[in-house]
Design a protein around this ligand. Structure first.
Ligand SMILES: Nc1nc2c(ncn2[C@@H]2O[C@H](COP(=O)(O)OP(=O)(O)O)[C@@H](O)[C@H]2O)c(=O)[nH]1
Ligand SMILES: [Mg+2]
Length: 322
């Protein structure tokens, strides 16, 4: 505990090594991680999370690096989390462009971290969200979270980010494929990157008309911005679109609504897993569950009715212990 207290003290004194240690302990699910998180969470409110998702190779990392430098120039302190299941953190290689990455790593006020999705259900892990909260508590007020838009991870990034940027490129296919991948619904801002290549104008127009088609009532259409990550063209406009989305969400109350929804989900999941742990620690409940398994297998009871019986037994057990 002395070591943990020392770590937290260094963390709040602004020592970046303490932030790195904290994130590692969160990622490894160290025994002390929860203790640290309890101290960190109350101060995590001021970090805005910006999710950047899209297919591999679309230029997410390149854009993240550019956005980070712009935000830094505006006076923000920036955290970057790269969630990349394929490449481990290998210094310069992570952001594709070594020079730019080194530029970021040398920049005070920018903190870069990569994380694996290891152990999660293919989505953005709880650890990623907690790491972003540690960064916020550390005083990083803009946190960019890059995730590869495959599987479920893009849905999770939309759940946890305040603003979601979907990065598409002319060669990543048409809007129909993008919709199938679930990316159209989650984008608050769309970047049509590699605008130096043929087809960018057409893709941007297609995205705009698809968004118009699916827009309800007076809702604002998501911004669609053409960018060239490699030379920075369009990145100021992209950064502005992100800022405007955050401001608009704050005005309309959707920002708070979204964060409340996330809090509700986390509380619910935490309570569910505590209850599950409770069952596994309770021999009588486990025996009752095995008895239910037998009855379900014999066809005496449906699995749903058995689930109801088990939950009633849990409730009785909780009441008895209260
Ligand atoms: N032609 C072109 N190449 C780009 C652009 N943006 C990024 N790239 C290149 O695309 C490749 C993949 O970029 P990266 O940022 O690693 O993509 P990520 O997998 O989405 O993170 C790299 O070689 C980049 O230099 C762009 O606007 N135009
Ligand atoms: Mg990348």
């Amino acid at each position: 505990l002395r070591n943990l207290e020392d770590l937290v003290a260094r963390f709040f004194r602004g020592d970046p090594l303490a932030l790195a240690r904290t994130i590692s302990s969160i990622e490894n699910r160290d025994p002390g991680a929860r203790w640290i998180f309890e101290r960190v969470y109350p101060r995590a409110g001021n970090g805005i999370r910006i999710g950047i998702t899209g297919p591999p190779g679309a230029g997410k990392s390149t854009l993240v690096a550019r956005i980070a430098l712009l935000l830094r120039a505006e006076g923000h302190r920036v955290g970057i989390i790269a969630v990349d299941p394929t490449s481990p953190f290998t210094g310069g290689a992570l952001l594709g462009d070594r020079i730019r990455m080194n530029e970021l790593l040398g920049e005070p006020g920018i903190f870069v971290r990569s994380m694996a999705t290891r152990g999660s259900l293919g989505g953005l892990s709880d650890a990623t969200l907690e790491a972003s909260e540690a960064m916020a508590a550390f005083g990083l007020d803009r946190i960019l979270i890059e995730t590869v838009g495959v599987g479920q991870s893009e849905l999770d990034v939309a759940e946890t980010a305040d603003t979601t940027v979907v990065v598409l490129v002319p060669e990543s296919g048409d809007v129909v494929q993008t919709m199938k991948a679930g990316l159209m619904e989650i984008g608050d801002v769309f970047a049509v990157n590699k605008a130096d290549r043929e087809g960018a104008d057409r893709l941007a127009a297609e995205i705009r008309s698809t968004l118009d088609l699916h827009r309800d009532g007076g809702a604002r259409r998501a911004a669609v911005v053409k960018t060239i990550g490699t030379d920075g063209t369009g990145v100021p406009e992209l950064t502005r679109a992100i800022r405007e989305h955050v401001a608009e969400a704050r005005r309309s109350g959707r920002f708070e609504e979204h964060r409340e929804k996330l809090a509700r989900t986390r509380i619910q999941r935490s309570a569910e897993s505590a209850l599950l742990r409770g069952i596994h620690a309770d021999g009588a409940l486990l025996r009752f569950r095995e008895d239910l398994v037998g009855r379900v297998r014999r066809g005496d009871l449906s699995p749903y009715a058995a689930g109801e019986e088990l939950s009633e037994a849990i409730a009785r057990s909780l009441a008895a212990h209260a």
